[in-house]
Write a protein that binds this ligand. Sequence first.
Ligand code: DGY
Length: 423
Amino acid sequence: MDRIEALDARAREIMRGNDMGGYTIPTKGLYPFQWNWDSAFAAWGFSTFDLDRAWTELETLFSAQWPDGMVPHIIFHRPDPGYFPGPEVWGTRTDPPTSGISQPPVAAILARRILAADPVAGRARMKALWPKMLAWHRWWRRCRCGHGVAAVAHPWESGRDNCTDWDPGMARVDASGVGEYTRRDTGHVDASMRPGKLDYDRFLAILQFGRDCGWDQQTIVERGPFLMADPAITFILIRAHRDLAALGQELGADPGEIATLEGWAADLVAALPMIWHKKLGAHVARDLRSGEFAPAISSGAFLAWLANCARDEAEARLIAIWDRVRFGIPSSDPAAPGFESRRYWRGPTWPVVNALIAIGMRDSGRDALEARLRRETAELIANGGFWEYFDPLDGTPCGGDAFTWTAAIWLTWARGGLNGEGA
Ligand code: DGY
């Protein structure tokens, strides 16, 4: 067996090992439930060797959709005391229990790729998922896009929990009343690679506000302790609206609903100037309570390519940020004061984000950039293993090991980087 085949086999083994029957956990111990965007990436990974299982992953995810269309960020299928905050802290009273916030809406983007693997076999299953995805996209529009671009009401909703993007909004969160609690994550992973104690206090304070108002979206958006415009989710949502519209065309959906999706994407594009930071020269997160911009450019800005919304004047600046590291796109600019190369989203490079950025590079004809990003990501995984994230300066593996989405990204995209393949 050659090196790539051995890595393929290990990636499949990790995905099978994290398969709990109908849903996949991100990794054992640290994340013992179904996470929203992890699951969509898992489905994409499964599509390389078990298409039926790929569709099942998405179906299980959408089976926990709330009546208002929201697809929650965690689904607590079975109790597990190894994770905090569990269902009793969220207090959502759903069946199965879930968290009360959402996560980046990548499902339609990846479902389109999964359907392309076998359009005949997948047609009926995608057709059944389509209205559910539409309802979720409508939830984003109704509950998070009222200010123009997409907002997040909790850093966990962004999927990029402790990124420098959230510093201005987090600084305004009063965590003095959160009470005592015991974190579990630092029992699984070195604390220096995880968010700090003050971050956790604030994460919980925001959660408690949502729980205490019964997860009422209007209250959360109007009066919640945290609301920030997120460039990453905005670009992901633009792409996802368009991909869901394209899927709708293929499946013969109602033309009015397809036009609605295209209109939502156009509205997000029209609102992009509100997150354009003139001095930094890129799209940057912004506190919707105070108007303050985040202090640095994050990997979210690179997703402009995914949405085909890149501005020419940002290109050199983005590449300069990438050139400051050896491996992959850093989650925050290494030249900015808040950068920490191994602390979760404050600097590390994430194979999943690299893969989304690469889709944008490829679609916009930036083939040389895509080949470089794929090669760097492949080297990280081949040399370090299937870890959650990596130090972009020296490639040190970080976070959880045997990680589902890193295995999925290997199988769907990164593997070709080892022998210099194009997409
Ligand atoms: C965690 O618990 O660290 C997760 O990122 C929340 O989704």
